[in-house]
Design a protein around this ligand. Structure first.
Ligand code: NAD
Length: 416
């Protein structure tokens, strides 16, 4: 991991792009800073009757182009710095995709595995009530992130609806399909990663049917990315991993079978049709495409020289440190940045919000087609900026996004 905090790392990426763009320093300062930061300390009654106090955050980084949008994470290591970085990235992600949203993120410092289901429900409902002072379907729309899911979103939606006295579907996305969720939301981030992997292969002249792929992290993003890359691009997924380690098979895995195995056994490491490898070894395999889809900081100054993939498609948020970015760029490795590569999730969240506001729901083909079209459009937009400025894809994606948010900010003017 880099010595820098996550927020400092995120700002460094912004600064690199801003320095090439002729952005006025005053405006750059407005865009770097979060608009609103809410810290809540709230009590939850536990099953045995005692009361515990938890800390939660909601950060709205920027709302110049529309309501804040971003997930809520439950994790024992959640900090304000992390939530600020994630909200910052959401601003640029929604702008790269040209969605009418800004960027937000939330988190509760808690180990959800320690809680019973009823404790988790009380914590979720109380946290959502606490942040209700700044959220709403037209000002800030949360979604799932690490350790939160469709069930938690249903509690959030119900809590908000009870508090305002009527049902409000558009207050959160990532809800169950039966409760105003969108078809295709669960696979959306992985589908977007697949589109980007295919386009990266086009750029590099790699035949997808002959390509090999390694995926670090086998959760929501990693599983769907691996499945769709193998099924729809016809590439060989030769390595996958989870927090316990990885497995490798040069012949390629049957990803569907592997997903079933992971569901049944909780890990991929004991899957019999592969050789065990470490997460470090997975990252350094000689493959065409590497998809980091686990945690922040996986590719760092200590291993970037040994990455052999021709392209890195970032499923996770922040998997490459700024130092590693420079090394990969110097070595000619194409990095499709997180704010583009994993934007499929927020894009289908946008579709969900639109469907909720209209109370008119789309079929799965409509969702998939619209997502693939938007991902391709954004990838091509970023490539045009890359060529114009002669920069890496991350810097190009930031330039495109910063330009859009800067334009909106200037046009709106400084109030009053
Ligand atoms: P998840 O919890 O479903 O899966 C995470 C996976 O990573 C698990 O398989 C876990 O075992 C594995 N993992 C954890 N630590 C690891 C380690 N040290 N080495 C290897 N594997 C490890 O989470 P997710 O929703 O798939 O999210 C993964 C990443 O993608 C996060 O950075 C998240 O912010 C980002 N992301 C997710 C979405 C989404 O829609 N789910 C959208 C955009 C970005």
């Amino acid at each position: 991991m880099s010595e820098k905090s996550l927020y400092e790392m995120a700002v460094e990426q912004f600064n690199r792009a801003a320095s090439l763009m002729d952005l006025e320093p005053d405006l750059a300062e407005v865009l770097r800073r979060p608009k609103r930061v809410l810290i809540v300390e709230f009590p939850v009654r536990m099953d045995d009757g005692h009361v515990e106090v938890f800390t939660g955050y909601r950060v709205q980084h920027n709302v110049a182009r529309g309501p804040a949008k971003g997930g809520i994470r439950y994790h024992p290591d959640v900090t304000l710095d992390e939530v600020k970085a994630l909200a910052f990235w959401m601003t640029w992600k929604t702008a790269v995709m040209n969605l009418p949203f800004g960027g937000g993120k939330g988190g509760v410092k808690v180990d959800p595995k320690r809680l019973s289901r009823s404790e988790l429900e009380r914590l979720s409902r109380r946290f959502f009530s606490e942040i209700q002072v700044i959220i709403g379907p037209y000002n800030d729309i949360p979604a799932p992130d690490v350790n939160t899911n469709a069930d938690v979103m249903a509690w959030y939606m119900d809590t908000y609806s009870m508090n305002v006295g009527h049902t409000v579907l558009g207050i959160v996305t990532g809800k169950p399909v039966e409760l105003g969720g969108s078809k295709g939301r669960e696979e959306a981030t992985g589908r977007g990663v697949k589109v980007c992997a295919g386009l990266a292969m086009d750029v590099l002249g790699i035949d997808p049917k002959k390509a090999t792929v390694a995926v670090q992290g086998f959760g929501n993003v990693g599983q769907f990315a691996a499945l769709l890359i193998s099924q729809e691009l016809g590439s060989k997924v030769v390595a996958v991993s989870d927090s316990r380690g990885g497995i490798y098979n040069p012949e390629g895995f049957d990803v569907e079978e592997l997903i079933r195995y992971k569901k049944e056994h909780g890990t991929v490491v004991t899957y019999p049709k592969g050789e065990r490898i470490t997460n470090e070894e997975l990252l350094e395999l000689d493959v065409d495409i590497l998809v980091p889809a686990a945690l922040e900081g996986a590719i760092h100054a200590g291993n970037a020289e040994r990455i052999k993939a021709k392209a890195v498609v970032e499923g996770a948020n922040g998997p490459t440190t700024p130092e590693a970015d420079e090394i990969l760029s110097r070595r000619g490795i194409l990095v499709v940045p997180d704010i583009l590569a994993n934007a499929g999730g927020v894009t289908v969240s946008y579709f969900e919000w639109v469907q909720d506001l209209q109370s008119f729901f789309w079929d799965l083909d409509q969702v998939r087609n619209a997502l693939e079209k938007m991902m391709k459009g954004a990838f091509n937009d970023v490539m045009k900026v890359k060529e114009k400025y002669n920069v890496d894809m991350r810097t190009a994606a930031y330039i495109l996004a910063i330009d859009r948010v800067a334009y909106a900010t200037k046009k709106r003017g400084i109030y009053p």
